[in-house]
Design a protein around this ligand. Structure first.
Ligand code: AN7
Length: 398
């Protein structure tokens, strides 16, 4: 069933519904499969390993083999920061971000429902992912992007997979409001994370972390927060495995926001249950340039219920952390993703995170998503003639 997270009103799994008809709050899918964790053994390492926890018909799954992403032990960086660190590399998904997990479930549901057009507003990755999965399912796809604020790799993907790409004169929050209104008139099936099926796919990040750790929870999970879907999804997944008896502990959910787009952190600092939207959000991490996150209520519950926290990082701290991860561990991520590492660094320095804590940082999108920011952060290549003398000339100065 689908259930309202505020008033508990219930809806059928085959209804096209995004918000509660009784109270206008947001919805979640409720699943309580009665299975043992042994069933996962020997299954192929994709998110569909956990198919009993996915609310779709398993014989008709639209998949590009998403999930099963690398879980990298980062001893060098961990030592530098004083924690026991794993990094979950979501850039290794088919289109280079965690959104693929949500889209696989969301598009499978769209096909089950028999819709012919899907759409979303996006800071980039959601549109890249939706365009690819809509192509695979043979559905029409419309994406709304804030004009001039989407990283080049993401734009290339959305256009190349054949989506109708609309460049909106406005920010993400305004674009989402427009496309949601269109969806409510029945013109398209909305696949932003207000659609509860999206989060059902993304909860598999939580499943994989505790599975990879040998059925135990880390002390803390740190991740970037924009529209606030992913932190809600991961917490939901971990709780489902906890309630099924697969693990005995729970992690502290720690959401990191960019200083110029931080409504969740502002609420957590006040202990508030609701956010106040940030007007004109701004950050180099364009993926999380969001002022009015739709899943805020779920995200705040995840943070409070898990005894977690939220903090902000500056653009400079984000870019430093992006370089640190790339050069200490060989893991290339886009700026938004590096905010988890920047947040870890800050919270260790402030004493919020203890020495030796077991920390998992989720890095959400690939370095190549935003090639311009990467190139701008480096010095230009040295120009040489194609002969050994000029090569030697360069080498002597290294
Ligand atoms: C790399 O693509 O919102 O808090 O429209 O692309 O679940 O929104 C992207 C979000 C983190 C934040 N890291 O996750 C979009 C979009 C990357 C992202 C986030 C996004 P949420």
């Amino acid at each position: 069933m689908i259930r309202c997270i505020s008033c508990g009103a219930e809806y059928g799994l085959d209804e096209i519904i995004y918000t509660c008809r009784e109270c206008d709050s947001i919805l979640e899918v409720v699943m309580e499969p009665d299975v043992s964790r042994d069933i996962f053994e020997c299954r192929r390492n994709t998110m569909w390993k956990y198919k009993e926890f996915m609310p779709v018909d398993e014989t008709r799954i639209i998949s590009l083999q998403e999930g099963g992403t690398p879980f990298i032990k980062c001893d060098r960086l961990g030592e530098e920061l004083g924690v026991n660190l794993h990094v979950k590399v979501e850039g290794s998904n088919p289109t280079g971000s965690f959104k693929d997990r949500g889209m696989s479930v969301g598009i499978t549901k769209a096909v089950e429902l028999g819709v012919d057009t899907v759409g979303c507003a996006s800071t980039g990755n959601t549109s890249a992912s939706l365009a690819a999965y809509a192509a695979r399912a043979g559905l029409k796809c419309i994406v709304l992007l804030p004009s001039g604020k989407v990283a080049l790799g993401k734009l290339a993907q959305a256009m190349f997979h054949g989506a109708e790409v609309l460049s909106v004169n406005g920010n993400f929050d305004e674009a989402l409001e427009a496309v949601t209104a269109l969806a409510l008139e029945g013109e398209l099936y909305l696949l932003n994370s207000i659609n509860p099926y999206r989060l059902e796919g993304q909860k598999s990040i939580g499943f994989e972390i505790v599975d990879d750790l040998g059925w135990r929870s880390p002390d803390r999970i740190i991740l970037p927060v924009g529209n606030a879907g992913n932190i809600s999804a991961i917490w939901k997944g971990i709780r489902e495995f906890y309630e099924a008896g697969f693990i005995e502990d729970l992690p502290r959910m720690t959401g990191i926001q960019a200083e110029g787009a931080c409504p969740i952190t502002n609420a957590v600092r006040k202990g508030a249950d609701e956010i106040i939207p940030v007007e004109n959000p701004e950050t180099v991490a364009t993926a999380i340039r969001i002022g009015a996150p739709v899943s805020a209520l779920k995200a705040l519950r995840a943070i409070y219920d898990s005894d977690g926290t939220s903090d902000t990082v500056t653009d400079e701290e984000i870019l430093d952390a992006q370089k640190l991860l790339a050069r200490t561990e060989g893991i290339g991520v886009e700026p938004a993703s590096a905010s988890s590492i920047a947040g870890l660094r800050k919270l260790v320095e402030s004493g919020e995170i203890d020495n030796g804590e077991d920390v998992v940082c989720i890095v959400t999108g690939h370095l190549l998503k935003d090639p311009n920011t990467a190139i701008n952060a480096c010095k230009e290549p040295v120009s040489i003639e194609a002969n050994i003398e000029s090569l030697k000339n360069v080498l002597k100065d290294l």
